[in-house]
Design a protein around this ligand. Structure first.
Ligand SMILES: [Zn+2]
Ligand SMILES: [Zn+2]
Ligand SMILES: [Zn+2]
Ligand SMILES: [Zn+2]
Length: 358
């Protein structure tokens, strides 16, 4: 360890008090070790919020101006982060919050903004040789530090910032679209996977359509970009899948409208296990998970003195079909069963949607 004129952003930008800064420098309080910037004991004993008292001004903006910004960067403006709870929890304290936020908390979380993508830099936090932070996703695509163009290798961890990160609640990634939750960084990815403010993807099975947008825009996207999908009105319809003997993975999709909602019916033929083709049939609601809980659907294969029935709650298109198929949480049958019910290679599935009383 050696005292150095360089400092990590967390210190050099925010210790505005020159006397204090001098004190820290002269006492060798801010040192760079192999494992990152280390705060002196005096500083580490401070509560995280106390690092940035209300009188402290924002970090120098030129330190935070990116030299390079990826054109595909999410357009998340830092100033658009809504007022979220200014809660400091202990390490591992967990638990999300929502509510009014203090400017100090916003300043604190903004110190973790990646200068390239404006997402948060979360542990493991790595810095350049001069102490600038960049998130791990962007770091993998960069050959030098976006702030100072210095070397990014060898990797230097910033343990002090990691400790601060563990004491701060961060806004959800979808804060700009309405989510007011703030979460411990370890809980953020899990929440963001299921956050109801996350953009909707095109519900059509298969990965060919990359459309994303709001729930309100899903139906018009389907009507314009997937014109071949037919819609039937009514709560009790027959979903007729033709040519079920087509080789390879095949999807059949249609829409059903009833109770003022649109449902997507999907029949997928795929080989989940090699050499064993199976059919998976499921109903999705063009709506939220909460709306889906108000409905039930029944799929029924019926004919030749046999009946096979599946009843469940429709899935929200937010959750998609992939996980349901993976877990067989849908009507599953193999090709032999399909042939028992098929007529000339066509399979009719009776679909009934009903509302559940709350
Ligand atoms: Zn980034
Ligand atoms: Zn740098
Ligand atoms: Zn959220
Ligand atoms: Zn689409």
């Amino acid at each position: 360890m050696r005292p150095t004129s360089h400092t990590a952003d967390v210190v050099c930008n925010d210790v505005k008090n020159e006397e204090k800064k001098k004190f820290l420098y002269t006492r060798g309080g801010i040192c760079q070790g192999k494992s990152g910037w280390v705060l002196c004991p005096l500083q580490t004993q401070l509560e995280p919020l106390a690092l940035f008292p209300p009188s402290a001004s924002r970090p120098d903006s030129e330190h935070r101006t990116p030299l390079a910004a990826s054109p595909s960067s999410p357009a998340r403006c830092s100033s658009a982060v809504p007022a979220a709870a200014a809660v400091i929890s202990g390490p591992g304290g967990g638990g999300g919050g929502a509510g009014p936020v203090s400017p100090q908390h916003h300043e604190l979380t903004s110190l973790f903004e990646c200068p390239v993508c404006f997402d948060y830099v979360l542990p493991p936090i790595l810095q350049c040789q001069a102490g600038h932070l960049v998130c791990n996703q962007c770091r993998q695509k960069l050959s030098c530090c976006p702030t100072c163009r210095g070397a990014l290798t060898p990797s230097i961890r910033n343990l002090a910032m990691e400790k601060v990160a563990s004491a701060v609640l961060f806004p959800c990634k979808y804060a700009t679209t309405g989510c007011s939750l703030t979460l411990h960084h370890t809980e953020k990815p899990e929440h963001e996977d299921i956050c109801e403010y996350r953009p909707y993807s095109c519900p059509c099975p298969g990965a060919s359509c990359k459309w994303q947008g709001s729930l309100e825009a899903v139906m018009s996207h389907l009507m314009h970009a997937h014109k071949s999908i037919t819609t039937l009105q009514g709560e009790d319809i027959v979903f007729l899948a033709t040519d079920i003997n087509l080789p390879g993975a095949v999807d059949w999709v249609m829409m059903q409208s009833c109770f003022g909602h649109h449902f997507m019916l999907v029949l997928e033929k795929q080989e989940k296990y090699e050499g064993h083709q199976q059919f998976f049939a499921i109903v999705l609601l063009i709506g939220t998970r909460k709306q889906a809980e108000n409905f039930a659907y029944r799929l029924e294969l019926n004919g030749n003195r046999r009946r096979l029935t599946w009843e469940a709650t429709p899935r929200s298109i937010h959750d998609g079909v992939a996980a349901a198929i993976m877990n067989s949480d849908c009507l599953v049958f193999d090709t032999a069963i399909a042939h028992l019910f098929a007529d000339n290679g066509n399979l009719g599935i009776n679909v009934t949607i009903s509302t559940c009383c709350p």
